[in-house]
Design a protein around this ligand. Structure first.
Ligand code: NAI
Ligand code: 15L
Length: 261
């Protein structure tokens, strides 16, 4: 079993590497930045927008975990090339190599302009909050296309906030713990069909459905609430009227998009 992980040098990739290690599994780490491989790992320095490099990187691969690209807002041309075209290149290389399972890192910012009301359902209609969010909507659409046209199993993860621990009051609702991220990655890498799943832990203050995640075998075990007393002592109680809590995408909904981008 060989998994190709793009964006492996980034925050999520670094948290996942030790958690995805298994006897008989090789994780091929791909990034623009050189990564030092450990036991059970291989490293490839490449750009996800380079078709030939991506075709080579797919050699012997059974599943792809596509994390690479811009993880926050950038000018349109950069989002278009790295996130949107990059996802196309990854999917096309995977298709040509006959890779069966692909997991795509989407984001809550694909639906960031939805007001936070009752628990947001799975497959919430796109309402991106940034060009970055548009790239995640497009990523989900490309995944759907490659599933329907070519029968690839594709799972898109609408990740909340995946860090070692929640960093602010919003993350008491949106946190995806590193261990839960690994549980979700394992379930997604094995899932058949096409799915869009929230990437979030079992947070007491959670905003999003866990139903579709559970349907593919993801059982979250962590809850950001253990960090609530410390964060509230430091930052005060969450203000439901603030942009952080009124809209799913929080501060990403704030600054105007630059028309000159
Ligand atoms: P990150 O910014 O820490 O890492 C992204 C990695 O992609 C970097 O190592 C970078 O060098 C690499 N990369 C960028 N352009 C590339 C290219 N052209 N070719 C190859 N590699 C390239 O991001 P992070 O936090 O690890 O996120 C991983 C994925 O999960 C991203 O797609 C992000 O949008 C998504 N996500 C992350 C969330 C989080 O809370 N960390 C929340 C929602 C989505
Ligand atoms: C994301 O999509 C970003 O990649 C990450 O840096 C966080 O800001 C996260 O969303 C979030 O909404 O907390």
């Amino acid at each position: 079993m060989r998994i190709l992980m793009t964006g492996a040098a980034g925050g999520v990739g670094t948290l996942l590497r030790p958690r995805l290690a298994r006897e008989g599994r090789v994780v091929r780490l791909l990034d623009l930045v050189a990564v030092e491989p450990g036991e059970g790992e291989e490293a490839v320095t490449a750009d996800v927008t380079d078709p030939r490099a991506m075709e080579e990187a797919m050699d012997g691969v059974d599943a792809v975990l596509h994390l690479g690209g811009h993880s926050v807002e950038q000018p349109w041309q950069d989002i278009l090339e790295i996130n949107i075209n990059g996802t196309y290149v990854v999917l096309e290389a995977a298709r040509k190599a006959g890779v069966r399972h692909v997991v795509l890192a989407s984001s809550n910012h694909a639906v960031g302009f939805h007001p936070r009301e009752a628990e947001a359902p799975d497959y919430l209609f796109p309402r991106p909050d940034t060009y970055y969010g548009v790239s995640k909507v497009t990523k989900e659409a490309l995944g759907s296309l490659y599933h329907d046209r070519y029968g690839m199993a594709v799972t898109c993860l609408r990740i909340g906030s995946c860090f070692e621990r929640p960093r602010d009051l919003r993350m008491l609702s949106t946190w995806l713990s590193p261990d839960d991220c690994a549980r979700l990655a394992e379930a997604s890498l094995a899932a058949d069909g096409y799915h869009v799943v929230w990437g979030v832990s079992a947070n007491t203050r959670g905003w999003w459905s866990l139903e579709e995640g559970r349907a593919i075998g993801y059982e979250p075990k962590d809850d950001a609430e253990v960090y609530a007393p410390g964060l509230i002592a430091e930052l005060g109680e969450p203000d439901p009227e603030s942009i952080e809590h009124a809209l799913l995408g929080g501060r990403f909904c704030g600054p105007a998009l630059d028309a000159d981008n």
